[in-house]
Design a protein around this ligand. Sequence first.
Ligand SMILES: Nc1ncnc2c1ncn2[C@@H]1O[C@H](COP(=O)(O)OP(=O)(O)OP(=O)(O)O)[C@@H](O)[C@H]1O
Length: 615
Amino acid sequence: MMQQTNHEVHEFQAEVKQLLNIVIHSLYTDREIFLRELISNAADALEKLRYRKITDKELRGGDLPLEISIELDDKKHTLSIADTGIGMTRQELIENLGTIAHSGSKAFIQYLSEGDQRDVNLIGQFGVGFYAAFMVADRVTVETLSWQPDAVGCIWQSEGIGNYTIDTTEGLQRGTRITLHLKEDAQEFAVEATIKRIIKQYSGFVPFSISVNGEKVNTVQAIWTKNKNEVTEEEYTEFYKYIANAYDEPLMRLHFSVDAPLTINSLLFVPKDNFERFGFGRMEPGVNLYCRKVLIQPQAKDILPEWLRFIKGVVDSEELPLNISRETMQDSALMAKLRKVITGRFIKYLNDQAKKEPEKYKEFWQNFGMFIREGAATDYINRKELVNLLRFSSSKAEEGQLVSLKDYLQRMKENQKDIYFINGPTKEVIETSPYLEVFRHQDIEVLYTHEPVEDYILSQLGEYEGKKLSSIDSADLELPESEQQQGEALSKEQLDALAGWLKEVLGDKVTEVKESKRLLDSPAIVLNSDQMTSSMHRMMQVVNKDINTVGPKVLEINPYHAMIQRLSTLKQQDENFARMAAEQIFDNALISAGLIVDPRGIVQRMNIILERALR
Ligand SMILES: Nc1ncnc2c1ncn2[C@@H]1O[C@H](COP(=O)(O)OP(=O)(O)OP(=O)(O)O)[C@@H](O)[C@H]1O
């Protein structure tokens, strides 16, 4: 190996420079969060060491107590925070404190640099925590020695502008000491009372001893192993803030213990916000796996199904062997059992919440409904229960009111065989579409779906409690019996002739043209004869970047509609113009179905039609 030079100058990665620039040059009210970020990194390093101790015999400083010590010097205006965790090698220093690896962080920096008063409190959630030190310091020194027996002690230093240096050094003990040389306007952070208050506020639940100038300031406790009535609301909230890296209160909480088939103590939280909704990329799982209060795996991947990645919390099971390796964890029967119990319990909890606290469930649904839908679409084991958690708006729901399949079932008409649904981007758009006409007329409720995945779930499901689930843009729909429409209509012969002619004009775009039994006010409607709904077709158009991927449609026409009657006459008098009108009627129907139509043809046609109308 090449001899390392003692002194090296490195440049920060471009994203880090950008981030530091934001951190240094903007004024934030909550600068004190920097401390929580550093404490949380120290605690992570200690957790990792605790794990190493179980798996690696060859470990430096095996007898050192696992703790965090903060030293303040209000004369020199410094704050230092030391931990006896895993430390970092020279290479790790370069990777960890010179670059940003997490892809979500890049999106986050983008977000921060776009607004004036962006919420910098989000910093901790995007893996850029360490750099928060530069909110209060104009120089930061990191002294560190890795747990690995052959590692060399290193000193990292930077003023947060452009570059940093690394030197090697002797005489360090295992772990990391970070020293902040406080800015002139941040010298309150060398005051003992201030620091103690901040620790109490943000880091009360760090599971390692924290001392300030030699005096211990926190009480270490694993509240998930306690009884519910022994834990206060404040303790729960504080614990949540600690494990979820959050600054607010959780939306929901589930604390439970089971003894069979496994001994489990678990404390799970649903956060207030869902960052995935805002385009910050896919969330990492947020549940830590413990065995008798010892962290076995942080952010464990296999303890919950993927769609539950929004949950933060702790699962502690006595049956987990302490030295279980991450590989065996993945496919062990034990993990599968744990996953089954916890997932089942959480789904049941949500169902109970929906009954007990409907308003809260509504808030949950608005933020996290996407995960429930994902679960219902992908998790075959739990689909049956997840379906009960789905919510929809509907033709009978008030603005903002949510309807479950069960609600629908309860108020269904006696002779009604199907549960009807229809897709569309919003409630307003759906309610002006022709699909609803006959259902509104007969006072039959229709559920509204807004995402293709909902249509996918409902069609996969096929039926609910013995009632068929039917999309009302389907061609072969068994319509409820309705009374004959009144008024003037095309005769049977006229209708057949018009339908035949339309089929010829529209060619491959339609499989069939026929009289509609479901229209009252609209001239025509397009329907699907495959198993897809129009929103699924639309998604295909977008994914394939080709609007022609929509298969042929069934076109139904309304013989009572004046436009259809005139078209029937016009096709004899001026066939060219009638063809144009027919194509326009068809395109209008596609648009009503929410499909993408080539605007060029429409505009050209509309100009000719308008010119004639304005004559
Ligand atoms: N005290 C420490 N001991 C050992 N490694 C550390 C320490 N502080 C930081 N690191 C390393 O530096 C990396 C970057 O830290 P940073 O706070 O920027 O992000 P993070 O900790 O990964 O993300 P988050 O703050 O969201 O937990 C950490 O992942 C860790 O590997």
